[in-house]
Design a protein around this ligand. Structure first.
Ligand code: GLV
Ligand code: GLV
Length: 333
């Protein structure tokens, strides 16, 4: 009998079809917010699954699923996975780093520029018919070139953004849990500073750090109060990192220049106060969303799942595992 795998959301059929070379595949026809017990009922029958950031997978979902050996997340962020619970159950988890780095950096830069130059607001204003005559001082924004860029979270995506900033003559400061090797700092032309200094000096602050409980509301009222009143804040990481009400307060009181948000605390539900802010550009979690990159992410997740279940050219050695040693130890023990 062939192993069984579940694909939790509609992805690219032609890529997902590769799973059919090795497995019985159960797919999902429409984008679905699966209830935890429904996921559990499915996973009890499965050897592996391909899931997205819409699909929380933890102790509840994997309970009583003895065949389950692999969860492949289509996304670099994996805060939807309880990796400790998966490790304890001997389930190998994987994500999709690297393939989305440059595309996501492009988008982060674009969103920062849109916020700084008020592109969303200007387009809404034009479409709403307000453009009666050109005026010298309407919709004046902030410069990006020559400004100080602050990057919070200097992983691969943060570094790719820093490399773009050199072409704009920006000064790049970053803060990260650990300082980067000097050669990487030199390649990115980025200087390490403390968290408070980053907040105080950035003209444009980009959030690119992974979500963790410690990062929850890292950008709160106190952090926003340290920023310059003309500064922009752009978040392409995870919504929970920013206290959205504190952000709205800061914008309404003129304590922050503008914001660009691709991620939200309760997405796809939006804080109504955010929708009411003129100086905010809002996009629906699409930073990695070029066609080529979304396809590459699915292809990598498929490779991970096939290899994690012991098939294909990389059998037993998936390209981007999150817990290979821990899962193997739990299986052996
Ligand atoms: C998207 O947010 C991802 O983590 O890939
Ligand atoms: C996340 O780890 C990244 O690639 O920046």
């Amino acid at each position: 009998e062939r192993p069984r795998v579940w694909v939790s959301q509609p992805l690219f059929d032609d890529i997902v079809a590769r799973l059919g070379e090795h497995f019985e595949v159960e797919t999902t026809a429409e984008v679905t917010q699966h209830a935890p017990d429904a996921v559990n009922a499915i996973l009890r029958r499965m050897d592996g699954a391909l899931v997205t950031l819409n699909d929380p997978i933890g102790a509840v979902q994997i309970e009583g699923a003895p065949r389950l050996r692999a969860i492949a997340n289509v996304g670099v962020g994996y805060n939807n996975l309880d990796v400790a619970a998966l490790s304890a159950a001997g389930i190998l988890a994987s994500n999709t780093p690297d393939v989305l780095t440059e595309t996501t950096a492009d988008f982060g830069f674009a969103l920062m520029m849109a916020a700084a130059r008020r592109i969303g607001e200007a387009e809404r204003w034009l479409r709403e018919g307000h453009w009666q005559r050109w005026s010298f001082d309407s919709l004046l924004g902030a410069d990006v070139h020559g400004a100080t860029l602050g990057i919070l979270g200097m992983g691969r995506i943060g570094q790719a953004i820093a490399r773009r900033a050199t072409g704009f003559g920006m000064r790049t400061l970053y803060h990260n849990r650990s300082r980067l090797p000097e050669a990487v700092e030199a390649d990115c032309k980025a200087s390490y500073v403390g968290f408070d200094e980053l907040l105080a000096r950035a003209d444009h602050l980009l959030l690119v750090l992974p979500y963790s409980p410690q990062a929850h509301h890292l950008i709160d009222a106190a952090a926003l109060a340290r920023m310059q009143p003309h500064a922009t804040l752009t978040n392409i990481a995870r919504g929970g990192i920013v206290d959205e009400d504190a952000l709205c307060d800061a914008l309404e009181r003129g304590r922050l220049g503008a914001a660009g948000l691709d991620v939200y605390e309760g997405e796809p539900r939006l804080n109504p106060r955010l929708l009411a802010q003129r100086r905010v550009v809002l996009t629906p979690h699409i930073a990695s969303g070029s066609l080529a990159t979304r396809r590459a992410m699915v292809a990598l997740a498929v490779d991970n799942l096939i290899a994690a279940l012991g098939y294909g050219p990389r059998a037993g050695d998936p390209p981007s595992p999150l817990n290979a040693a821990e899962a193997a130890a739990a299986r052996a023990g």
